[in-house]
Write a protein that binds this ligand. Structure first.
Ligand code: ADP
Length: 164
């Protein structure tokens, strides 16, 4: 059975993340979606809220576990006894950063391999940061995130002031 860990901030989860999870389940038997606890990044949602939103969205989606972790990803992989990390690739801008991360992780633990799946073209430009930025300014982002996420964003940031 091949298991992969899909790590990230997921603040919040978007349809882009969901499409990577769907594709990941075609390639792997099981996925562990792992929300990184990163005290250095200011977040809109707590890790617990993010885990809950992802769980809600993935209920019945196949063999997916949702978890959180802190510290080094490769250490988390060791603890979970998983050797594959799944990441999504969007624009060229992702490439440089992802390449560095993958190489650093390989340096830290030669047993862990990173596998990349290409973003669905419908969500190629969708990032959690841009979604938050637009919503903070009153933009309607409900088509870019799952309904549960859209609802919580409205609760936190107020309703959109533009039609979409
Ligand atoms: P991080 O803070 O680790 O970059 P993110 O939550 O932003 O965490 O992203 C987690 C992973 O999902 C990354 O590999 C990122 O490239 C990927 N990802 C984010 N948005 C999309 C998208 N729209 N399409 C495909 N992959 C995406």
């Amino acid at each position: 059975m091949t298991v992969a860990i899909y790590p990230g901030s997921f603040d919040p989860m978007t349809h882009g993340h969901l499409s990577i999870i769907r594709s990941g389940l075609v390639v792997f038997d099981k996925l562990i979606v792992a929300v990184l606890r990163n005290p250095r990044k200011e977040a809109l949602f707590t890790v617990e809220e993010r885990v809950e939103m992802i769980r809600e969205e993935l209920a019945g989606a196949g063999d997916v576990e949702v978890d959180s972790f802190d510290g080094l990803l490769v250490e988390y992989c060791r603890r979970k006894n998983v050797r594959v990390v799944l990441r999504g690739l969007r624009a060229v801008a992702d490439f440089e950063y992802e390449l560095q991360m993958a190489n650093m992780n390989r340096h830290l633990n030669t047993e862990v391999e990173t596998v990349f799946l290409m973003a669905n073209d419908a969500y190629f430009y969708v990032s959690s940061n841009l979604v938050k930025e637009a919503a903070r300014l009153g933009g309607d982002v409900h088509r870019l995130v799952p309904p549960g996420v859209a609802r919580r964003m409205t609760e936190r940031l107020g309703p959109p002031r533009t039609g979409a």
